[in-house]
Design a protein around this ligand. Structure first.
Ligand code: ZN
Length: 385
């Protein structure tokens, strides 16, 4: 553990930096970075890269063909003495298409900073940048190499960044995820549900509904029966939820439909439940005679189980209390890249980023004056042995 005064020391340094933090945030938010628009995302990537370069960190741009480039930032001041690595993880892409800024420009009003991606999660990147600055200026001797990874496709499933962030996590002793915190008190996300999507396609047999109903196999009827069956897998108390979110099937009246399809949202808080659902899905059998089922998909992000974050949360809580802050924790239903690093067994603490509300919506904002303390907390976590 660091000296008891270290978190307070960081906070004292960072409080006067708030105007500079907000100026940097304005710059990051005012450069739109939709996951699906590479050219725009790359512009934002370069702005973020230069902010880190200006702090003397080593910045590598990991080129991507279809997505924005990923950024790997390393800070390793005393190479000979460092053993091990800490990973700070986040994404700079947002769910907002180019042009959103015209409707929701970056603005600060009544202590809140608004704008696309401000909360999820550009403020988190700014906090990490100033955490590094505080570490540098206080000349804190770091025990471990620091790697900051800023990816470009978290909001669309991390297909292009998954291998990279998993490899980086495997080299790390702990992962700190700067996704938004939860609620006005900035709760840390110490458990996240695993998330998946399954597609069920039913093949029946078409027939004239009037002339030969006995020859038809109604794919919609079969699908309805399967939905009813899967609905029973729900166990909200255990954090298991299965929801059919989209259905389609049939062509017109008069025709017994030969095809129907449904898409299911899958959530589970525990890996054992995730595996049970996947097993049930893979062994799903038809109910109507002659119907055939086709099943695709499954869980894409395993759960971030509480046990993987408990130790880091205890440390964070104690560091926060040294700054006079009460740090709370929560469980959330949504996944992040923290789910991926946790699934590798690497201690992971998620939701360390900004305090605010309205992610992915028109009123997305952060509470501006919480930024220095959140940055100080991260600096203290990175300085800890
Ligand atoms: Zn996010």
């Amino acid at each position: 553990m660091p000296e008891p005064s270290l978190p307070k020391n960081f906070l004292r340094r960072l409080k006067p930096r708030l105007p500079e933090m907000l100026a940097t945030l304005r710059q990051f938010v005012s450069t739109e970075s939709p996951s699906l628009e590479k050219a725009a995302a790359d512009r934002c990537c370069e702005i973020i890269a230069s902010a880190w370069r200006n702090r003397g960190a080593r910045v590598e741009r990991i080129a991507q063909k279809h997505r924005g480039d990923h950024l790997r930032v390393t800070w390793w001041p005393h190479k000979s003495r460092s053993a091990g690595q800490l990973l700070v993880l986040g994404h700079y892409d947002t769910v907002y298409a180019t042009g959103t800024l015209a409707k929701m420009p970056f603005r600060i009003s009544a202590g809140k900073a608004y704008g696309p991606g401000v909360f999820d999660m550009k403020a988190g990147i700014v906090q990490a940048l100033f955490a590094l600055e505080a570490l540098q200026q206080s000349k804190t001797s770091l025990q471990k190499r620091l790697v900051f990874l800023w990816t470009s496709d978290e909001e669309i499933g991390s297909d292009s960044s998954r291998k990279l962030l998993e490899a980086e996590a495997r080299r790390s002793d702990a992962v700190f995820v700067l996704e938004p915190s939860f609620g006005p008190r900035g709760l840390i996300k110490t458990a996240r549900k695993g998330v998946g999507e399954a597609e069920l396609i039913v093949h029946g047999r078409a027939s004239h509904a009037g002339l030969a109903p006995q020859e038809g196999i109604n794919a919609i009827h079969e699908l309805a029966l399967q939905i009813e069956r899967m609905q029973k897998w729900n166990d909200l108390r255990r954090g298991v939820s299965i929801n059919v979110c989209k259905i389609e099937g049939g062509t017109r009246t008069n025709v017994i439909p030969e095809r129907a399809k449904a898409i299911f949202d899958l959530r589970a808080l525990h890996a054992t439940d995730m595996r049970r659902i996947e097993q049930r899905l893979s062994t799903l059998s038809p109910i109507l005679s002659g119907a055939r089922l086709e099943i695709h998909g499954g869980f894409s992000r395993p759960p971030l189980e509480h046990k993987i974050s408990a130790g880091l949360f205890a440390r964070a809580k104690s560091l926060a209390s040294q700054m006079g802050l009460a740090l709370g924790e929560c469980t959330v239903g949504g996944g992040s890249d923290g789910n991926l690093t946790a699934a590798l067994g690497i201690p992971t603490l998620d939701g360390l980023g900004a305090v605010g509300d309205g992610a992915h919506s028109a009123h997305e904002h952060i509470l501006a004056n919480t930024m220095p303390a959140r940055a100080a907390l991260l600096a203290a976590l990175l300085a800890a042995k």
